[in-house]
Design a protein around this ligand. Structure first.
Ligand code: AQP
Length: 323
């Protein structure tokens, strides 16, 4: 099975990215043909400083390798190292009705948050469709926020197949892979953890910063001894992702019965986050000290990804009569 997914180099990776996507990347690289990419074309919609963008790309590759993406098993490449992506995006854009893009909530959200209403942001789902269709992906592991974009990818593929497929299939239809339990990881304010909301805990934040951020997680003023609802509490929402089963059950029970304060859970959360990522933190420091290793991974993956992409792009060009 061909697995594909991408992650934007628009800042440091956070715990939402980890549970919503990266953990599935690591699991799915076993026994599958996995392609993971650093989506730098996509990041152009929000990062306007070229040096900063290059730095983010380097960091995301280092982060993913440190967290467990194995370049021997998965092709970990950079989106812009495969310029075929942008040509396919144009072929797809030619069959994409405006209405499909106009209904996208993520575009509306971002404009509301103050991002300029530019065409790149509006057409983002078409570029994303190209990313996915270019590799004949069967399965795309993502968080819940990407569900609508995945549906548009399938719609665009079906439409292209209908217009140009002569009864056959130019593009394979991909399926999203979304795990319910981690579909939306909460941030410090209880909303979806997201760079744009500035409510993130970064995977490789300094331990002191992680402790400080955990203390800032928004809670209500229920006293220690009173029962609390774990299902609506972002501290518990994060804690349950990290804690071992026994510890998780103990905390959940004390929430329901009363007798646990938010301060205690916040402290325990900070420590379990720090401990969980400690081995990856060490591996990351070693990788960052050896940038040529990262450059080698990037170059080898680009070659492999481009070879695969070329086959699909040629199929699409042939189907629609260009070139
Ligand atoms: N809070 C989250 N819960 C579950 N999954 C999440 N993902 C992101 N946040 C959560 C998933 O992580 C993958 C990569 O995300 P992205 O690089 O496309 O960035 P994003 O979704 O746009 O992340 P942000 O932080 O929310 O960035 P901005 O603020 O720039 O939009 C995706 O699979 C995503 O679902």
């Amino acid at each position: 099975m061909r697995v594909l997914s991408g992650i934007q180099p628009s800042g440091a990776l956070h715990i939402g990215n980890y549970f919503g996507a990266i953990r599935q990347y690591i699991a799915l690289q076993e026994g599958n043909d996995a392609f993971y990419f650093v989506a730098d074309y996509h990041a152009l919609t929000s990062v306007r400083d070229p040096d900063r963008l290059r730095g983010y790309v380097f960091n995301v590759i280092a982060d993913l390798l440190a967290l467990g993406i194995d370049p021997e098993r998965a092709t970990l490449f950079v989106q812009s190292d495969v310029p075929e992506t942008t040509e396919l995006a144009w072929l797809l854009t030619s069959v994409t009705p405006m209405g499909w893009l106009e209904k996208c909530v993520s575009y509306k959200d971002k404009v509301q948050q103050g991002l300029p209403a530019e065409h790149g942001l509006f057409a983002y789902p078409v570029l994303q469709a190209a990313d996915i269709l270019l590799y004949d992906a069967d399965v795309v592991p993502v968080g819940q926020d990407q569900k609508q974009h995945l549906e548009i990818t399938r719609d665009i593929a079906e439409r292209f197949n209908h217009v140009y497929g002569k009864g056959g299939e130019v593009f394979r239809l991909p399926k999203p892979f979304i795990l319910d339990a981690v579909a939306v990881v909460p941030g410090l304010d209880g909303r979806k953890m997201s760079k744009s909301y500035q409510n993130t805990i970064e995977i490789f934040d300094d331990p002191a910063v992680i402790r400080k951020k955990c203390k800032k997680i928004v809670t209500d003023s229920t006293p220690v001894e009173a029962p609390k609802n774990p299902d609506t509490c972002p501290v518990y929402g994060l804690f349950k992702l990290f804690a071992a089963e026994e510890e998780r059950a103990e905390v959940e029970q004390r929430y329901r019965q009363g007798g646990i304060g938010y301060g205690e859970v916040k402290n325990r959360l900070a420590e379990v986050i720090i401990a969980t990522f400690a081995p990856a933190r060490e591996r990351r420091a070693d990788l960052v000290a050896h940038p040529t290793r990262i450059a080698e991974v990037r170059a080898a993956a680009a070659e492999r990804a481009r070879r695969t992409a070329r086959i699909v792009l040629d199929r699409a060009r042939e189907a629609c009569g260009v070139g």
